[in-house]
Design a protein around this ligand. Sequence first.
Ligand code: 5GP
Length: 192
Amino acid sequence: MKLLEDRIRQDSEVLPGDVLKINSFLNHQVDPELMMAVGKEFARLFDQSGVTKVLTCEASGIAPGVMAAYELHVPMVFARKKKPSTLNDAVYWADVYSYTKKTANQICVEQKFLHEDDNLLIIDDFLANGEAVKGMINIANQAKADVAGIGIVVAKTFQGGSSWIKEHGYRLESLANIASLANGEVQFADEK
Ligand code: 5GP
């Protein structure tokens, strides 16, 4: 998606450990117009997939997730990283190893929000090794829901997540594909 690639070129910083910082439009401050364009693109790509719900993860999946859900006219559910004290009902849990924090976490979704007849579009901000996506697929499986596909805003295709998703037969749509962050430079896959 050219708009997104242009914004990454202008407004990103490469941190040690192959981490791309995009705090000015997605991971801290959010650009709603860009997120709406992202949501529209996901909706266009998954328009014919019979999506009934978007599943994402707090916090940075929420902006692209809710815009995609708005455009697809379906609800969005975000997995929580801590079980809130107000949440007393049954929940699905999954283990997720955090790429940026290097810690093992758990995510949870209240069982009443996911059903056997759901066809989920899983959305996340970044794809690195695929741990967050695997956690959300695990939760979808526990709910016996189908997964229509995975929508990622920025995929680092040189890490393992993209191949894992495709090898496991899921449809993957990523709007910006980064082939390398070597030497502090962003190289997009379509530039190679
Ligand atoms: P994965 O679970 O695929 O290994 O990593 C994806 C998660 O880690 C994303 O939800 C995102 O929060 C975080 N993440 C991974 N790589 C990056 C990155 O380069 N930049 C930022 N900002 N977050 C990342």
